[in-house]
Design a protein around this ligand. Structure first.
Ligand SMILES: [Zn+2]
Length: 184
């Protein structure tokens, strides 16, 4: 007799597991309401952070609605951020990666000041993480232009890797003489 409730218990356990899995999947989806609210909070906080500079121009000199500050404003509004549409840039829009936004916030909280020159906008190499909303570029760290004369860029890149970035590039890497690239 004591074994009779077992199938029901098993069924309920299985149902709970399915619900939890669905919940997890939704949370990791960039367009889920949970991800959007996290992104909005992080982006709003970055807009208000005096240690975080957000370029309102492209280094290329092109004008569009995909500059770093445009990207963050759109994210703060719960929207997709625009990609540029010139040279290799594909146009369209993408949700910014919340891990990346969280890292920017942590870096500022840990004392770094920096200027972000590109997020999803700008023209980069084909298949660049920028187009997927998973990369950022920085050209000033602690008030000093990124380059061999900047004593902070190596530690900055290392910290980004510790915080989950899968790739960092900077002075010494081809095409990164004057900026740091961080990608998830
Ligand atoms: Zn880059």
């Amino acid at each position: 007799m004591s074994c009779r409730p077992a199938p029901i218990t098993l069924a309920l356990t299985a149902l709970a597991a399915v619900i939890m899995c669905v919940g997890c999947a939704l949370q990791t989806k960039p367009g889920s309401s949970a991800a959007i609210s996290v992104r909005k909070a992080l982006a709003s906080s970055l807009l208000d952070d005096p240690k975080v500079g957000l370029a309102n121009f492209h280094v290329s000199g092109r004008h569009d609605s995909a500059t770093a500050i445009d990207n963050i404003r759109h994210a703060a509004a719960g929207r997709r951020s625009h990609r540029s549409r010139y040279q290799r840039a594909p146009g369209g829009a993408i949700y910014l990666d919340t891990r990346m936004l969280r890292t920017l916030k942590i870096l500022a909280r840990e004392g770094y000041s920096f200027r972000v020159t590109e997020l999803a906008g700008g023209s980069h190499s084909p298949k660049s993480g920028h187009y997927g909303g998973t990369a950022f570029d920085v050209d000033y760290i602690n008030g000093i232009k990124v380059g061999w004369g900047n004593p902070y860029f190596r530690r900055f890149m290392k910290r980004c890797r510790q915080l989950g970035a899968r790739e960092t590039r900077g002075p010494g890497d081809s095409g990164h003489r004057s900026h740091v690239h961080v990608e998830w």
